[in-house]
Design a binder for this molecule. Structure first.
Ligand code: ADP
Length: 601
């Protein structure tokens, strides 16, 4: 087959033709879905007039009418199968929220004058039921209705009953759903199967008009004055809505609206009006928590419990576990605190015991030093006492012989006074050392402390070598217990003397004072044999001694005393020559320091 370039567009058109024809047909179709709430047949009959009228108004358009139940409309909208929806006010409000449809017209029925007040409910009872005069009398009765989904046939009446403190949902009155058609409700009331029944507004009047019901046989409860020509027990709501799907072209919506408005009322008095305000329908559905507001029920406690009970149980269990754990921890904390308190009390008791023991040792060591020193105390005291005695006797002799010159008397008295002061000084120092006393911290000149200790040392022992004090802490004061430092110095002097005696050395014992930062260093140097290296580490051990009559406590107590003052004690070989240097540091007193006396137990 020959094919030229010129014939190509014709061929293309021929190929596309089968595809284009159905599309054009579809674009001419107007797909309308209606809610068949009373069944398909009833819907066919009900809407056929409208379809015919619309078809006349929309020449060139093919109207396709489809009937659905409540869920079917939403599904068809979702599938994009509808251009328009005709449905009751409650269902319209639901689809508006769910599928995004928007009303273009509202149905005015039964020759009502206002499209916003068309649909409603009439609650009817047998006319001779004297016991039921108003809606409030329905407490404890039964109430017939076609279906819980019927807007005018149930929901409007339900809303009104709720407003009056009743609630069919809770069985007050007990609802009896008969199903469609609505004449079944009338039958239930007439037969006595239900005390009352809910009818769509104007149905009662129509049934009476048509002869299906004897006029006056049924009575409307709590009739309200309103715009409707019929009796209603509840407020009236906007009529059925004619709504456009979200994807419907605006031009098509406009054409259909114009067509609807152009229609004349049908035989049943139905016509289409501009869209009414459906806000009251929203309020009713919200109050009943149905339709688009059904989710509100889910936040009610029972439904929350139904949905979240595993979480709630888990949370409660977690809280209980947390509480139990907290109690357990609390119990542990209390037990540990008790144990800690007991341990601390035991430790404090131990510390007191240690302190008392140390105190005791301190005292014993002072007594021991005194014991060692007082071996020759009698000899030392003998000398001043003998001198005093000699002077006293000499005075008596001269007095008796009448040769007592005033100058000689004066000299003898001065000697006696000086010797007795010397003896008293020795005894005073010994008494101070031997006494149990409170520990103190006072500011003292370190040179004075060294001098006092030296005098006591020289006063108690015969033939002690001279003490050479050099260097000063330049008018500074140390922050010390003077008697304890005297005890330390006496120990060091005594050890130095023992060492020099062992080496048969009569050289002076040297004491050097030197400032180092915020401390004063006191160094006692002798010229004895010094320390063998293996003894160096044991020098400050308690009971370490190389002396036959030694206790080995002196240096260990000195160390305790010095450390209690915040200083330290050490021994080393001198830079030159034989002997040993024992040095200790003492804190300097600063301006803020003052005398402190702490009681010793
Ligand atoms: P004690 O004097 O009762 O022995 P210390 O604790 O005062 O107790 O001294 C312990 C030991 O340290 C002495 O026995 C001695 O061996 C040694 N020691 C102390 N001072 C000196 C010193 N200046 N030179 C040599 N050795 C010393």
């Amino acid at each position: 087959m020959r094919c030229s370039l010129r014939s190509f567009p014709v061929l293309l058109l021929l190929l596309l033709c089968p595809l284009l024809v159905p599309a054009a047909e579809t674009s001419r179709q107007v797909r309308i879905g209606v809610l068949a709430w009373q069944g398909l047949e009833e819907a066919e009959v009900r809407w056929s007039t409208l379809m015919n009228q619309l078809a006349d108004q929309l020449p060139g358009r093919a109207l396709v009418l489809r009937h659905f139940d409540l869920a079917g409309v939403a599904a068809a909208l979702k599938a994009g199968e509808l251009d328009f929806v005709v449905t009751n006010p409650g269902h319209y409000v639901f689809l508006e929220a769910e599928s995004g449809i928007s009303r273009i017209a509202t149905l005015v029925a039964d020759n009502a004058s206002d499209p916003a007040h068309v649909v409603g409910s009439a609650v009817v009872v047998l006319a001779d039921r004297q016991d039921i005069q108003a809606l409030a009398d329905l407490e404890g009765r039964s109430l017939a209705a076609v279906s819980p989904d019927a807007f005018g046939g149930y929901q409007v009446a339900w809303g009104e009953l709720r407003r009056q403190g009743l609630d069919p949902e809770q069985g007050r009155p007990k609802p009896v759903f008969t199903g469609f058609p609505m004449s079944r409700v009338v039958e239930a009331v007439l037969n006595g199967d239900a005390d009352a029944g809910v009818l769509r507004v104007c149905l009662l009047e129509r049934l009476e008009r048509d002869g299906a019901l004897r006029p006056g046989q049924l009575r409307v409860l709590s009739p309200r004055p309103g715009a409707s020509p019929c009796q209603a027990s509840a407020p009236l709501y906007p009529g059925w809505a004619f709504a456009a799907a979200p994807d419907t072209p605006p031009a098509l919506s406009r054409d259909v609206l114009v067509a609807l408005l152009a229609l004349t009322p049908d035989a049943a008095g139905q016509s289409w009006s501009v869209p009414a305000d459906y806000h009251p329908v929203h309020e009713l559905l919200r109050a009943l928590q149905i339709g688009p507001y059904a989710f509100l029920r889910e936040t009610a406690w029972p439904s929350l419990w139904e949905r979240y009970w595993p979480w709630v149980c888990g949370l409660v269990l977690a809280l209980l576990a947390g509480g139990a754990y907290t109690l357990h921890v609390e119990h542990l904390v209390q037990r540990r605190t008790r144990e800690l308190t007991q341990a601390m009390a035991a430790r404090q008791r131990l510390e007191v015991q240690v302190r008392e023991g140390q105190q005791q040792m301190d005292h014993l060591s002072r007594l021991s030093v005194l014991g060692e020193l007082s071996g020759t105390l009698a000899h030392e005291l003998n000398q001043p006492l003998a001198t005093i005695g000699n002077y006293a006797r000499s005075l008596l002799r001269r007095q008796d012989s009448g040769s007592l010159a005033p100058a000689a008397l004066r000299q003898a008295a001065e000697e006696i006074a000086s010797e007795s002061e010397r003896a008293a000084g020795i005894l005073g120092g010994i008494r101070a050392l031997a006494r149990k006393r409170n520990r103190v911290r006072e500011a003292h000149d370190p040179a004075v402390l060294v001098g006092d200790a030296g005098r006591l040392f020289a006063g108690m022992l015969p033939g002690v070598p001279e003490l050479q004090v050099c260097g000063r802490c330049d008018d500074l004061r140390v922050w010390v217990d003077p008697l304890q430092i005297q005890q330390v110095l006496l120990n060091l002097f005594k050890n130095a003397w023992d060492a020099q005696q062992a080496a048969a050395c009569g050289a002076p014992i040297q004491v050097e004072l030197e400032r180092a930062g915020d401390r004063c260093i006191v160094a006692v140097r002798d010229h004895g044999p010094g320390l063998a290296p293996e003894m160096q580490g044991r020098l400050f051990e308690a009971f370490f001694t190389t002396k036959p009559d030694g206790l080995g406590l002196g240096l260990s107590i000195c160390k305790t005393i010095v450390e209690a003052h915040g200083g330290d004690l050490s021994a080393s070989a001198p830079a030159s020559g034989k002997g040993l240097v024992v040095r200790f540091s003492l804190p300097l007193a600063d301006a803020g320091n003052s005398v402190v006396r702490e009681p010793i137990r």
